[in-house]
Design a protein around this ligand. Structure first.
Ligand code: SAH
Length: 256
């Protein structure tokens, strides 16, 4: 018996064992003793995590998948959280302990999964996940690239992002319409920004909302002083700014 794929839950089950194993092997297992897999489905990735010297927890919203996991992975039974990852309070399971995140994610909520990870970055030293290829490339892209945007800057402010490999639609059941990409995030040694973090998020989001405009125009709402506006950095468009420059810019706005 297997789980029938449900479209509204973004279910595309991976059928290639070696790819599942490669994803599981991408974690370094350093700096934490627990890993949380989001959306295990029928456990193709989970079974490789269970072989490792680490405690595996899974969070799955689909009752049918949860029943399947309980029946087929007896040792996992009391570490299955039958909840929506986006809504669940993970401190109920991990308290303040560090844990890694891994998964072949439901693509409809993959950006939200990333944003929740960024919020919980103090507890998440490592993150390995499969996204739509385009989203994975965007997250890892650098300034100057056409796809460099909010996801790239906010992620790379706290994590080193590495694009690992591309996965074709043919290895899923049912096959998705697009290629997939696996990426690895490793938290930076210093993941506290030397500026007001809330202001940093706001500056980045506001700048990219009008990505074709210069910062002088797009950041008007921050009431920039004439002195600050004279700085040549404001001639630039957001996609030209490296993460560090966004941090410096935030510091300048803070101190003006
Ligand atoms: N990892 C499995 C399944 C991938 S499909 C594999 O590779 O084969 C995505 C999985 O995420 C599905 O099992 C789906 O039920 C689950 N899912 C979807 N939304 C979720 C949410 N909000 N919280 C937790 N799991 C979710």
């Amino acid at each position: 018996m297997s789980v029938k794929a449900k479209k509204h839950l973004g279910q595309h089950f991976l059928t290639d064992e070696s790819i599942a194993e490669n994803i599981a092997n991408s974690l370094s297992l350093e700096g934490y003793n627990d890993v949380l897999e989001i959306g295990p489905g029928m456990g193709v990735l989970t079974k490789y995590l269970l072989k490792k010297n680490i405690t595996t927890h899974v969070i799955e919203i689909d009752t049918e998948s949860v029943d399947y996991l309980k029946a087929n992975y007896l040792h996992l039974a009391d570490r299955i959280i039958e909840k929506d990852f986006l809504k669940y309070d993970l401190s109920l399971v991990f308290q303040q302990k560090p844990f890694a995140i891994i998964g072949n994610f439901p693509y409809n909520i993959s950006s939200q999964i990333l944003f929740k990870t960024l919020e919980l970055r103090h507890q998440i030293p490592e993150f390995s996940g499969m996204f739509q290829k385009e989203v994975a490339m965007r997250i890892c892209s650098k300034e100057g690239s056409k796809v460099y945007g909010i996801l790239s800057v906010l992620t790379q402010a706290f994590y080193d992002a590495e694009y690992l490999f591309t996965v074709p639609p043919s290895v899923f059941n049912p096959p998705p319409k697009v290629d997939s990409g696996v990426l690895l995030l490793k938290r930076k040694t210093n993941y506290n920004l030397p500026c007001d973090e809330a202001l940093f998020f706001k500056v980045v989001k506001t700048a990219f909302q009008q990505r074709r405009k210069t910062l002088r125009n797009s950041l008007k709402t921050f009431n920039l002083s004439d002195n600050l506006k004279a700085n040549v950095i404001f001639d630039k468009r957001p996609e030209q700014l490296a993460v560090l420059e966004f941090i410096r810019l935030t510091q300048e706005i803070e101190n003006q």
